[in-house]
Write a protein that binds this ligand. Structure first.
Ligand code: AMP
Ligand code: MG
Length: 340
């Protein structure tokens, strides 16, 4: 299959119409959102959804998020909008937040990975919204990367993984946030965060003091119980090289880096160690949003430089930093070395 790569703007109706026609005919189109690029298909068409799983090599039990461009699209997809969901919608939609509802029968089991719930997001990105509006369908869209690889934050990343597998890629430039959405279960009285992201626990707790993380995200022996989001049990976001997180005293980390000049190093602006092209700064250590924005691109750059060993300094874990740490640790398969 020939994959069309097309520059897209919200006003370029011709490109968006073409993309929406592919979707209406059961095809797949990758598109930008404020979080990462999504790999879109008709979320109500089981065959289109199966093709998404195939193109990504994604395990079938890892459900997809349905993307909508107006609140009226939500009604047919979900059984109930709980008071908890309503408050979060009023505060954070459109935006980088995915909510989990009890699903109606219109949502195929392929989309929901066999669960009786469905994840829905109303993205902010204007190209995403115009595209979904033209499709006039809920668009199932996981991140547009091969399963397990770093998520795509640029159209080039999507092309690397999806060329020849999907009909079209809409290039809307770099994603603003660069980390996937916060996934929140709103089927109960209080929100439960199943995947950390751009909307933080602290923001949610201002509205719901009893909001919490799914146990799986914070407990040591998290392998002992099932996460609410099936996707959280898989290794994710990994570069081809072997990534390890370094913790501990900076002078020891510096010493370690200087002894391993062939490895790639991920540092921060305030803690640069060398001028080597193998050292990548995530950005200002005090700006986790800025650092999150760079992470996946850096992991892919390490791959294009064929670095077989990569070490990363550990970012602070507060606010959005919690989501950044979550992605980095997953990318490292949990490997950490403490140097003190
Ligand atoms: P991605 O599509 O790559 O952004 O990942 C979507 C995330 O949302 C995965 O971790 C999924 O497991 C999670 N997810 C999607 N649908 C549901 C659902 N119905 N219940 C819980 N988690 C979900
Ligand atoms: Mg993903």
């Amino acid at each position: 299959m020939k994959t069309i790569l097309a520059k897209a703007t919200e006003n370029d109706t011709e490109v968006l119409v073409k993309a929406s026609e592919f979707i209406k005919n059961g095809g797949l189109v990758a598109f930008p959102t404020e979080t990462v690029y999504g790999l879109g298909g008709n979320g109500l068409n089981a065959d289109a959804v199966k093709n998404i799983f195939k193109a990504k090599g994604r395990p079938m039990d890892n459900p997809l998020i349905l993307h909508i461009s107006s609140l009226s699209q939500l009604e047919e997809l979900v059984k109930e909008v709980t008071p908890c969901a309503k408050t979060l919608i009023d505060n954070f939609w459109p935006g980088p937040m995915t909510l989990i509802f009890r699903k109606t029968d219109i949502v195929p089991t392929e989309t929901s990975g066999g669960l009786n719930t469905v994840a829905v997001r109303f993205p902010e990105n204007i190209i995403a919204r115009k595209f979904i509006e033209m499709c006039n369908l809920p668009i199932a869209a996981p991140s547009a990367n091969t399963s397990g690889r770093p998520s795509p934050t640029k159209a080039e990343h999507v092309f690397e993984d999806m060329n020849g597998k999907i009909e079209m890629i809409l290039d809307g430039g770099e994603c603003e946030i660069g980390l996937e959405s916060t996934v929140i279960d709103v089927t109960g009285e209080n929100p439960v965060i199943c995947r950390p992201g751009g909307i933080t626990l602290e923001q949610v707790q201002k509205l719901f003091p009893l909001a919490c993380y799914d146990r799986h995200l914070i407990e040591e022996n998290s392998q002992d119980f099932k996460p609410i989001s099936p996707g959280m049990k898989y290794k994710h976001y990994a570069p081809k090289g072997d990534l390890t997180v370094l913790d501990g005293d900076f002078s020891k980390i510096k010493e370690f880096m200087l002894k391993n000049p062939d490895a790639g190093f991920i540092t921060f602006d305030q803690y640069r160690i060398t001028n080597s092209e193998k050292e990548f700064s995530l950005g200002n250590i005090n700006s986790p949003l800025d650092c999150s924005h760079r992470l996946f691109d850096i992991l892919r750059e390490c791959d294009s430089m064929k670095l077989t060993k990569i070490y990363s300094m550990r970012p602070p874990a507060d606010g959005v930093g919690f989501a950044l740490c979550n992605r980095l640790f997953k990318a490292a398969g949990g490997k950490i070395i403490t140097l003190d």
